[in-house]
Structures are given as C-alpha cells and as structure tokens.
Design a protein around this ligand. Structure first.
Ligand code: ZN
Length: 326
C-alpha cells in the first residue's frame, strides 16, 4: 500500500473503548488481590506475560522471538481492483475470492510491522502509519516492549504506511534506535522535487539517523536484506535466521495473501511496476517454499505469519500458523 491509504477516523472511539477495557481489567485485578494474597503468601510480584492476541502475536523461530504487531486496520470498501489490479482478470479474481470466502466488499486493510528479538537486540521492521490511525506503539506496549528499548528500525520501502510511525509529534518514536534503509530506496524518496508529508516528516526529518545499506547486506547479525523490486523500484524484504530456521519478512513483496499468491502475474494497484512486482513474487514465493521458511506479509490478515504451500509451479497458498497463546 502507499501513503494514499485513507486514515482511520474511528481511532478515538477504539482508543476510548480500550481505555475502558483496561480500567475494567485493573479494577478486576484489584478486587481479586486480597483473595489471592490470602491464599498464597507471599504473592508473586513479577508482571504476568501478556498472552498473544491483543494486537500482537509472538512466535519462536530458532532462537528468535518474532512478534507481529498490528498497526490497526483501515476500512476498505472494495478489495478489487486495488489488490488484484490486472484489468483483464477481474472476473478470475472475483471468482477466487468467492471460492475462498474472502469478503470482496466492506472489508479492511491490515498493517503488520514485525519485531525480531535476537541475541539481546530488538529490530523493528517498518513502523506503520503513525498519526491518529497508527496503533503500533500501543500494541508494542501491550507486548511489554517500550519504544525506547528498540535498538534498530529497518524500513522496507518509502510508502507512508511503512514510514509514518518513525516520528510522533515531530520527534523520533524510537529515540535510541539506529535507523536503516536501502540506499537507493531512501535516495529515491528524499530527492523528490515535491516530497509528500510522510517523506518530509519521517525520512527527511530523520535523515541524519539513517544508515544506508545495499541489497543483500546485513542489517544486524542474523538479519539480511533480500532485493524484492517491483512494489517500489528498490523494495527490500528481510530474511531473519537463527539456529537453522528462518523467516522471510516480505513487507509489500507479499502483495495480497490470496490473489498475489494464487495467480501468477497478478499485481496490486500500488505496485510501481506491476509486471516486475509479480515476477519478484513468483521468485520469492518459490524460495520460501523451497527453503521451508516461515513467512509474514505486511498486509496479510493478522496474525499474518505462517508458511506457504505450493499448489503448482505457478500458484501458492498462505497457511497461517496454528494459533498459540504464548
Ligand atoms: Zn504497504
């Protein structure tokens, strides 16, 4: 998706509802406390680890903890033609959506940044939309992670729904993090004659914090960029590896979780070069299956992490992993 994504004007309502829910939880805990301490003395003081599902989903992969964090959703009146844009294949895509019972209208678009914890380091891949719509920081905290504890932020590409959360009210959201991005992708956006607000407020404003790297280069030990051009000309996905296991964090190289996987040649309307994006998808999907990698897609429906299954030489399906509460 791009910075043209509409903002979610229902956020204040959601935030208020969440606040009420939290007050309710605190009240219930306070009421239960005397009973608990009467039965077990002394009471454990360690904070309980939050269960998966309240805006985040943690998965152990090798020695890594990979946490998919929802930045929330945006209303989507119609899935087509945005997520399957080929003008001559609309009937085919419509039929697939019906076959898989995926709503074609009155649905939502998901945004799923990913946090990798490895060797004491916290690396965040993409930052959500920021502003009033962005839910990433709220959901990071629900997972027990403070933004100032993030060591590295990597940006897959310069669209607003990936860079918008780099700053909050003009200040870096992740003040102690090194910011990393592909050099060609970064330069493309910051040298625009009239950069959009997301680029101005996030990439240009923080330009001195960025370390710019090349396709195939390491972000930190264990995390390597994978060139996946097409959605943008210099889009980079991330392969995170540990103890013989790996996860491909696709960013927008994943496209749509059903149409882009099932239909060779399908592209999305936000792809800069649709033909190249579709070609890249075939290559990366093939690699994911061949190497038995885990996979996560930025716009896949939450919890957005699992594996791919090959249907035939040109067609794949996403298999979300079986839900685990811990
Ligand atoms: Zn996007």
């Amino acid at each position: 998706m791009s910075d043209r994504t509409p903002t979610n004007d229902r956020t204040p309502t959601l935030a208020r509802r969440d606040a009420l829910r939290l007050i309710g939880t605190a009240g219930a805990l306070a009421a239960a406390a005397p009973l608990a301490s009467a039965q077990t003395a002394p009471a454990a003081t360690a904070a309980p680890t939050a269960m998966n599902g309240h805006g985040f989903y943690r998965q152990k992969i090798g020695n890594m903890t990979v946490t998919v964090l929802s930045d929330g959703t945006a209303p989507l009146a119609a899935l087509l033609p945005t997520w399957g844009a080929n003008p001559d294949r609309q009937a085919e895509f419509t039929q697939t959506l019906a076959e898989y019972h995926v709503p074609a209208t009155n649905t939502v678009n998901h945004f799923n940044p990913v946090l990798v914890e490895l060797d004491g380091q916290r690396i965040l891949i993409d930052t959500g939309r920021g502003g009033a719509a962005g839910q990433l920081v709220t959901n990071l905290r629900r997972a027990g992670i403070e933004p100032d504890s993030v060591n590295t932020v990597f940006i897959t590409h310069g669209h607003g729904d990936h860079i918008g959360g780099l700053t909050t009210a003009g200040k870096p959201t992740y003040p102690n993090a090194q910011h990393v991005m592909g050099e060609a992708e970064f330069n493309f956006w910051v040298t625009q004659a009239t950069p959009n607000d997301a680029v101005k407020n996030n990439l240009i404003a923080l330009k001195d914090r960025f370390r710019l790297i090349q396709p195939g280069q390491e972000i930190v030990p264990g995390l390597t960029t994978v060139p996946t051009p097409g959605h943008t000309a210099n889009h980079l996905s991330v392969l995170a590896q540990s103890a013989g296991q790996g996860v491909m964090i696709l960013g927008d190289a994943g496209g749509h979780f059903l149409i882009s996987l099932k239909h060779q040649g399908a592209y999305v309307s936000f792809d800069t070069n649709g033909a190249q994006a579709a070609q890249t998808r075939q290559r990366i999907f093939n690699r994911i299956v061949t190497e038995g990698l885990w996979v996560t897609g930025y716009h896949f429906p939450f919890h957005a992490i699992g594996h791919l299954r090959r249907l035939n030489a040109r067609s794949y399906e996403f298999e979300p992993t079986v839900w685990n509460w811990s």
